[in-house]
Design a protein around this ligand. Structure first.
Ligand SMILES: [Ca+2]
Ligand SMILES: [Ca+2]
Ligand SMILES: [Ca+2]
Length: 491
C-alpha cells in the first residue's frame, strides 16, 4: 500500500555549526511570558503587567551581512471611549493627559522591540514591563548597555515621550511609533541613545490585529542598518548609517531577539514566519542534535510516540556536562515536560562521538484536538577546560500528525401529549395538543466539539442544548415544546 506521506510531517532542525544560516531560523530561547504556540511565538499574552523575550541560541557574526524577516502582530486593542471604559472598570480614574480630544483612551500597550545584544549578555534576557518594553530598565546602569535595535511602540506614555505630545497639539494617543533604540534606552524623556527627529516615525495604527511583515537588514560594508514595516499597502522604512558593531555592540558577535511588554493596558504580541540569512561564528557551534520519530504514522488517542534522539559532537574538542530537554517550549523556565526521556544527562561527549537516547509521549485528547504534536529536543554542553565557561546549544523540532475525525449524529424525537388527557398519543388531533421535540447531538468523532449551537430547528425555534462543548462519545440534549395551532391542523 502506498504510504500517505503528505499527512505526516517530520522536521529536523538545521545542522548548525559554524556556518551560514539560510532558512526559517526559530531556534530561540524563551523567557518569562514568551512561548511557542504552534507555528507562532507569543511574546506576551493579552494580560496586564507582562514581560516576555526570545533570544537566539546562537550568536550571529555582524562582520557579515544579515537579512531577517518576520511577521509581527501587535494585538488588536486600539482605543476606547472613556465612558464605556468606566463601565468596564468602575472607579477608573484616568489623568486628563491620557484622554484625547475625542474622549478616547489608548487601551493597547506597550509594543515590541527587535534587538541585537552583545555576546556579554548571554544571561541577561529581559528588562521591565510597561513602557520599558522588556528592553529598558529603571534607572541606571542599563542592562542592555551594549545593544542596538528597533522598537514598535504602541503606547505614547504621557510625560515620557514629550516630543510626541509637543508636536501633536491634539495629544493624539492613538499615534503609534517605530524608533531606533540602543544602549538599553527605550527612548523617553529619560533619554534616548539618539537625538534629532529622524530616528523615529509615527504610524497611524499598529494595533490592528493584522500580521505585519518586518525586515531588518545589515550591510556590513556600507555600515547601514535598515528596517521596514508593512502596513497594508504602505511600507514604512528607515535606515541607520553607522557602525552598530563599534558604536553599540562592542564586538562583532551578538545575539538577536524580540522583547515585549504590557502595563496597565495590554495587547497580545506575537511573531511568526521567520526568514533569516546570516552567519554564525565558526567557533560557536560544534554540537549537533537529530530527532526522529521511530514509528511513522498518524497517531491516535492513547498511542505512544517514540522519538529517537542522537546527540553528536562533530568538533575536535571534548564536551562535558551534556544536558538534554524535550518539551513544548524548551524555555529555561519550563519545569514540566510531557516527554519522558530515557536518559537526559551525560558526563562527557568526546570529539567525534555520538550518544543516542529515546523519548516517549502519550497522545492525549488535547493532542488530537490540536491535530499535531510539536516538541523540541534541546541540548546544552560545555566545552571541556573552557575558561570562561563556553556553552554550546543545539535544538531539533519534530511535528507528528494526529488523527482527527470531526463527526457527530443528531436525532430529533417528537412526543405528542393530548391536551385533555395529558397522555402520550401517536398523533395530534386538536389545537393545544403539545409536541415535545427532544434533540440529541452525540459526538461520534474523536475530537472535542466546541461552540455547538443548533440553528436549523425545522420550524421549531429555540432549542438550547444543555452543553456547548462535547468530548468524544458525549451527548448534548435540548427540548422545545410546540402547541398545535389551527394552521398545523389545516396543513
Ligand atoms: Ca496603543
Ligand atoms: Ca511607549
Ligand atoms: Ca495604537
Amino acid at each position: 500500500m502506498k504510504k500517505i506521506v503528505l499527512l505526516f510531517w517530520l522536521v529536523i532542525s538545521m545542522q548548525l555549526w559554524g556556518m551560514e544560516i539560510n532558512g526559517n531560523y526559530s531556534n530561540f530561547l524563551y523567557y518569562k511570558s514568551a512561548m511557542k504556540s504552534g507555528s507562532e511565538v507569543r511574546i506576551t499574552p493579552d494580560e496586564g503587567g507582562k514581560v516576555g523575550a526570545v533570544w537566539s541560541r546562537n550568536m550571529f557574526d555582524l562582520s557579515k551581512d544579515f537579512h531577517f524577516e518576520y511577521e509581527i502582530c501587535l494585538g488588536s486593542k486600539g482605543i476606547q471611549d472613556i465612558e464605556s471604559l468606566k463601565k468596564i472598570y468602575p472607579g477608573l480614574n484616568m489623568a486628563p493627559q491620557y484622554i484625547d480630544d475625542h474622549n478616547n483612551v489608548d487601551i493597547g500597550a506597550d509594543g515590541m522591540a527587535f534587538a541585537f545584544k552583545s555576546s556579554d549578555y548571554k544571561y541577561v534576557n529581559y528588562g521591565e514591563a510597561g513602557q520599558y518594553i522588556g528592553y529598558d530598565n529603571y534607572g541606571s546602569p542599563k542592562i542592555f548597555e551594549k545593544s542596538f535595535g528597533v522598537k514598535f511602540d504602541t503606547y505614547t506614555n504621557p510625560g515620557y515621550d514629550p516630543k510626541f505630545l509637543k508636536e501633536d497639539g491634539e495629544r493624539d494617543l492613538i499615534k503609534d511609533h517605530i524608533a531606533f533604540i540602543a544602549k538599553g534606552k527605550i527612548g523617553t524623556i529619560n533619554g534616548s541613545a539618539f537625538s534629532g527627529n529622524d530616528f523615529y516615525q509615527a504610524i497611524p495604527e499598529m494595533e490592528d490585529g493584522e500580521w505585519h511583515k518586518v525586515t531588518f537588514d545589515w550591510d556590513a560594508l556600507s555600515k547601514t542598518f535598515t528596517y521596514t514595516f508593512k502596513d497594508g499597502m504602505t511600507t514604512y522604512t528607515n535606515t541607520y548609517h553607522g557602525d552598530i558593531v563599534q558604536e553599540y555592540l562592542g564586538g562583532r558577535y551578538a545575539y538577536f531577539g524580540f522583547t515585549s511588554s504590557t502595563g496597565q493596558w495590554m495587547n497580545e504580541h506575537k511573531i511568526r514566519n521567520p526568514e533569516v540569512r546570516g552567519t554564525i561564528p565558526t567557533d560557536d557551534y560544534k554540537l549537533h542534535i537529530e530527532k526522529e520519530v521511530v514509528d511513522e504514522k498518524i497517531y491516535e488517542l492513547g498511542d505512544t510516540i517514540k522519538y529517537k534522539i542522537t546527540i553528536t559532537n562533530p568538533g575536535s574538542e571534548d564536551l562535558i556536562d551534556i544536558k538534554l530537554k524535550d518539551g513544548k517550549n524548551i524555555s529555561d523556565e519550563e519545569l514540566v515536560s510531557d516527554i519522558t526521556l530515557e536518559k537526559d544527562t551525560w558526563i562527557e561527549l568526546g570529539a567525534g562521538k555520538s550518544v543516542v537516547t529515546y523519548g516517549t509521549k502519550q497522545v492525549t485528547q488535547a493532542d488530537i484536538d490540536e491535530g499535531s504534536v510539536i516538541r523540541t529536543a534541546a541540548v546544552v554542553a560545555t566545552k571541556k577546560d573552557s575558561n570562561p565557561v563556553e556553552l554550546l546549544y543545539a535544538a531539533a523540532e519534530v511535528r507528528v500528525k494526529t488523527m482527527q475525525r470531526n463527526e457527530f449524529t443528531v436525532s430529533n424525537t417528537p412526543v405528542i401529549t393530548d391536551k385533555d388527557s395529558k397522555s402520550v398519543v401517536t398523533e395530534y388531533t386538536k389545537v393545544g395538543d403539545i409536541v415535545t421535540y427532544t434533540v440529541a447531538l452525540t459526538n461520534t468523532g474523536n475530537t472535542t466539539l466546541k461552540d455547538i449551537v443548533i440553528t436549523d430547528t425545522n420550524k421549531v425555534d429555540g432549542i438550547i442544548l444543555d452543553k456547548t462543548e462535547l468530548v468524544p462519545s458525549e451527548t448534548a440534549t435540548g427540548t422545545v415544546t410546540h402547541a398545535i395551532t389551527q394552521a398545523d391542523l389545516d396543513a
